[in-house]
Design a protein around this ligand. Structure first.
Ligand SMILES: C[S@@+](CC[C@H](N)C(=O)[O-])C[C@H]1O[C@@H](n2cnc3c(N)ncnc32)[C@H](O)[C@@H]1O
Length: 221
């Protein structure tokens, strides 16, 4: 499928899929969305913990991963980050996104390249308190260990274009992979998605969305 690079409302770039008219991030602001949905309403709930296990569905450009890595510098927690991705981006796309420019400190800039260069399916220590395991597999085929993750960043393409990523079977699998008290966070606020999350056991909250989007969803196990 054809992929092009576009600039979003906050100046950060993302990938656009013309065939589906779908983006990897919000056109209102890729960084704003990532920080609001996944960091503010996900990661920040666990900052008091000594170890945080995060599973991202749709690793994509690595934006959520580097923003989480940056946030990890200011906390004492050990972060184990697992990024599931079926169709990795290319080296050219990685360069064109220029996400290293988003990282404040010079010492962090090369970490963006490093997270893309790390081999798939092997845990890799990126900083003393951030370990990354990239998993190359489809969500449909991947089996997760039960009671393993504290947070799931559910960042699949929307149900309009990829309905098979948003089924009750998938949500049940993700529910089982979360620890008790763990959270699934997603930018999507579709009623059917919320009902399906609820039907597999999640306690579902509708939260204010990032700039340009009214609502988002969070489910607690
Ligand atoms: C909305 S984008 C993710 C954006 C990403 N979190 C980021 O920060 O760049 C959705 C991602 O899901 C991936 N994807 C699509 N179908 C998939 C599948 N069946 N299993 C796993 N990943 C899939 C796409 O390749 C894409 O990278």
């Amino acid at each position: 499928m054809q992929r092009t690079i576009i600039t979003t409302g906050d100046g950060s770039k993302t990938i656009h899929l013309p065939e589906w008219n779908e983006n990897y991030h919000s056109s209102h602001g890729a960084v704003q969305e990532a920080k609001h949905v996944f960091l503010k309403h996900g990661l920040e709930l666990f900052l008091g913990k000594s170890e945080i296990h995060i599973l991202e569905i749709g690793f994509g450009t690595g934006l959520n991963a580097i923003l989480t890595l940056e946030a990890s510098l200011h906390v004492n927690a050990q972060i184990c980050y697992y990024g599931l991705e079926a169709f990795p981006i290319s080296q050219e796309e990685m360069v064109a996104l220029e996400y290293e420019n988003l990282l404040g400190s010079d010492s962090l800039k090369h970490k963006y390249t490093e997270i893309h260069a790390t081999p798939w399916d092997h845990p890799q220590s990126i900083t003393p308190n951030f370990t990354l395991t990239k998993i190359q597999e489809t969500l449909q085929n991947q089996n997760f260990k039960s009671n393993t993750y504290d947070i799931i960043y559910f960042d699949a393409f929307g149900p309009r274009v990829q309905e098979d990523m948003w089924t009750k079977e998938i949500f049940e699998k993700l529910y089982n992979s979360l620890k008790q008290g763990g959270y699934l966070v997603t930018y999507c606020a579709k009623g059917q998605v919320k009902r399906d999350l609820k039907s597999v056991g999640f306690f579902v909250e509708t939260l204010p969305g990032p700039p340009g989007k009214r609502e988002m969803t969070r489910g607690r196990k």
